[in-house]
Design a binder for this molecule. Structure first.
Ligand code: HEM
Length: 259
């Protein structure tokens, strides 16, 4: 479908919402209209929330014990080339989410900002006002996180840690990482920023998809906030449990910070 044809399939009110920018990305069908970009932000937002929930459920397998989380991590690694396909899809989703957000932000900046603020009541909370900041800082966290736990660049010796079954000992790696109070504090702060981002983002994507009304909006806002802070509690529970000694490495202190 050409970009013109796509624009024609949108309602006139939607078409009037955005100015088409002249960059090469904007010639792609969905990216060519403001409403298309909003749909991409919402669609990729849903997929990212699903990833965050899935990753959280995987990480929570640390609580039943090393066997669970090590088996889970090994299962992920056993996906082989398919894992790389998932990673590429995830990267594309993140790229689209960020690109469309920047394009929309640019449009809103050159359009009448006061009018936009009055029309969109979701934009008035602190969560809404800090969306760009929390998003940006969180991206920095994800880059750190990949270097820390996926590539294990800060403590390369953790790559050689294996459990009794010969699997990578992800349990021991996490206990060692979060025994460092600075690392734990950093993770808790970062997932706090993620929760702030999602507090507004979840309600906002329902609004973009047209699934809400003036009556339902407070319900979606409250629901979004509850989901966001449940996600926060789940992620923060892991470093907290390590710091409080609820989760420990069975044989000896695994803390690379203390030894
Ligand atoms: C306490 C919080 C977290 C813990 C304990 C944790 C744990 C882990 C671990 C152990 C891995 C490496 C898996 C492996 O290679 O075996 C990993 C990878 C990853 N984490 Fe997290 N994570 C946390 C928070 C997050 C958050 C909030 C995000 C962002 C949404 C995130 C995104 C990722 C990504 C994208 C990967 C790379 C997956 C891959 O390609 O293999 N993590 N995480």
């Amino acid at each position: 479908m050409s970009s013109t044809a796509h624009k024609e399939s949108l309602s006139p009110s939607n078409q009037s919402q955005g100015k088409d920018s002249a960059c090469c990305l904007c010639s792609l069908p969905l990216l060519s209209s403001s409403i298309g970009r909003k749909w991409i932000v919402a669609g990729t937002g849903i997929l990212l929330v699903l990833f965050v929930i899935g990753h959280l459920l995987g990480n929570l397998t640390i609580f039943p014990g090393p066997d669970w989380i090590n088996a889970y991590a090994e299962h992920l690694q056993s996906l082989g080339p398919f894992l790389w396909v998932i990673r590429l899809i995830l990267l594309t989703i993140v790229g689209l989410h960020i690109t469309c957000t920047i394009l929309l932000w640019h449009e809103n900046r050159i359009a009448n900002p006061k009018k936009y603020a009055v029309e969109n009541t979701l934009k008035t909370t602190i969560y809404a006002r800090s969306m760009r900041l929390t998003g940006l800082v969180f991206i920095a966290f994800v880059i750190f996180h990949l270097a820390h736990l996926t590539w294990q660049g800060f403590n390369p010796e953790t790559r050689t840690w294996v459990d009794a079954e010969g699997r990578h000992d992800v349990y021991r790696m996490l206990i060692a990482a979060f025994s460092n109070p600075f690392i734990s504090a950093f993770y808790i702060l970062s997932v706090g920023l993620l929760a702030m981002h999602l507090s507004h983002g979840i309600a906002s994507l329902f609004q973009t998809l047209g699934l809400t009304s003036a009556k339902l909006r407070p319900l979606f806002e409250r629901g979004g906030r509850i989901v966001a802070w449940i996600i926060f509690a789940g992620y923060a529970s892991i470093p907290l449990a390590v710091l409080l000694g609820i989760l420990r490495y069975p044989h000896a202190s695994a803390c690379s910070f203390c030894h």
